[in-house]
Design a protein around this ligand. Structure first.
Ligand code: CAO
Length: 438
């Protein structure tokens, strides 16, 4: 006869309100002692909760993203009388295994969603796997592997669906993932991959005092995407300078007029407006290559991603329908979205669907830089700090406020001539804001 037993959160040390990041069982699953049930992640460590009993899962009482503490109910399980010898309440479940430390997730529901830093590409837009490709999270969840092996596979970008497990009942082991990665690396270098020498492992402490800081989740995800885009997209960066002397006077006047409403219009809002005009004039910049690389998808909407510098790393929220918003609305949206980014309140939807991105370092400094295209977008506009410069005009040098622009684009889609036309167009509208009305 089966008895119903409660599986509770065991002693997890000093942690309170720890997030459920993975549920490995469903009602009806037959479970052995020690089989992993749930994965939790605090801001210091990820841990697996193993089953203290054998039996059948009756009900799962938590969802991904829930916060749990010691003693909270996780699972109801039917345990046959032969297996009930130590009851859950009596037997202290084993201390969960701590795995490698990891940073707090950006979004509880999406621990491994490749969205936080750069707009997540759809499967149709993934390039061939030269660099680590976005992880197939559904495939990883379905795979017959422990959470620590799944975590290991996520970190390496290994597709568990392609790996044959050598463990009990075909369970994928850590060694299987390592062997798979070795195979992929070997075939990549033999078959025209990057073929570069691996980075040597260096003990920096030999040279002086050091401190090891784990990368945040955002750092890691951003790194993967930037690396992929850097090696798969042939980049060209077009530099230009826009005279924004009149724009600046207008901007100051606007801020003065809207002072009581707390409006704060920065150059960025004007740049978004200028980009809207430029994308309408040059629709190829508002496109993406399809999966075959043989067709261009031209977009009829204008959603602009804005790189935001946050304490946890770079994120690129997308402001939608910029062509339907006024300058003041765009300025307000920028304030809202950058605040939400810094408070880690963005959802994956807020980070997807961008047509082109702006990376503005103008508030910080610099004269020019080479931004990396936020693929599958085909261009990104980098903006540096505006400076007063002497400009030769009508036979004399006059002081003008000059804004440096750095437009990187995907040379498979955009020709050099169009790159230069695009920045010239931006210059024209930024130098004479009346043109933004056209
Ligand atoms: N030239 C001169 N001054 C500029 C400027 C420019 N190009 N851009 C902004 N400023 C000024 C603003 O007017 C503001 O001045 P006040 O305080 O006097 O109003 C000040 O710099 C700070 O602006 P801001 O950064 O708060 O606002 P923003 O709208 O320009 O930018 C945001 C918002 C979210 C884009 C920005 O805060 C940010 O995070 N930038 C970093 C982006 C980044 O990390 N890019 C690198 C990505 S890797 O490619």
């Amino acid at each position: 006869m089966a008895t119903e037993k409660d599986i509770l959160v065991p002693d997890i040390g000093d942690f309170e309100g720890v997030e459920v990041i993975e549920i490995m069982v469903s009602p009806g699953d037959s479970i052995q002692v020690e089989d992993p049930l749930i994965s939790l992640e605090s801001d210091k460590a990820a841990m697996e909760i193993p089953s203290p009993l054998a039996g059948t899962v009756k009900d799962v009482k938590v969802s991904i993203g829930d916060k749990v503490s010691q003693g909270d109910l996780l699972i109801k399980m039917d345990v046959s009388s032969a297996e009930t010898a130590p009851t859950v309440e009596e037997s202290a479940p084993e201390q969960p295994k701590k795995t490698t430390p990891s940073a707090p997730p950006l979004k509880p529901q999406a621990p491994a969603t490749p969205a936080p830093a750069l707009a997540a590409p759809t499967s149709a837009q993934r390039p061939p796997p030269v660099a680590p490709s976005p992880i197939d999270e559904a495939g990883i969840r379905k795979a017959h592997a422990s959470p620590s092996v799944r975590k290991f596979a996520r970190e390496l970008g290994a597709d568990l669906a392609q790996i044959t497990g050598t463990g009990n009942k075909g369970r994928i082991l850590k060694d299987d993932v390592t062997a798979f990665i070795k195979r992929v690396m070997t075939s990549a270098s033999a078959g025209g991959g990057l073929g570069v020498a691996p980075m040597p492992e260096i003990d920096f402490s030999e040279f002086g005092e050091i401190e090891t800081q784990p990368l945040t989740k955002i750092n890691k995800l951003t790194g993967q995407f930037l690396h992929r885009n850097w090696v798969t997209v042939p980049h060209v960066t077009q530099f230009d300078e826009a005279d924004i002397t009149e724009l600046e006077a207008f901007r100051k006047q606007l801020n003065e007029e809207h002072k009581t409403e707390g409006a704060r219009v920065t150059v960025l809002a004007f740049l978004m407006k200028a980009l809207v005009s430029a994308l309408k004039e040059y629709p190829r910049f508002n496109s993406s290559l399809d999966a075959t690389g043989e067709n261009l998808i031209l977009k009829k909407y204008i959603h602009i991603g804005v790189a935001v510098d946050t304490p946890a790393g770079l994120v690129v929220p997308v402001i939608r329908d910029c062509d339907r918003r006024s300058l003041i609305e765009l300025a307000n949206e920028l304030i809202t979205v950058s605040a939400r980014a810094r408070e880690k309140k963005l959802s994956p939807a807020d980070l997807s669907g961008g047509c082109i991105s702006i990376s503005s370092l103008g508030g910080i400094g610099g004269t020019a830089f080479t931004p990396i295209v936020n693929s599958p977008e085909v261009a990104i506009l980098g903006v540096s700090r505006a400076q007063m410069k002497p400009v030769y005009k009508d036979g004399e040098f006059v002081p003008r406020l000059i804004l440096p622009l750095s437009l990187s684009y995907d040379h498979r889609v955009i020709d050099g001539a169009d790159g230069a036309r695009f920045t010239s167009f931006l210059n024209k509208v930024l130098s004479d804001t009346r043109r933004l009305l056209l």
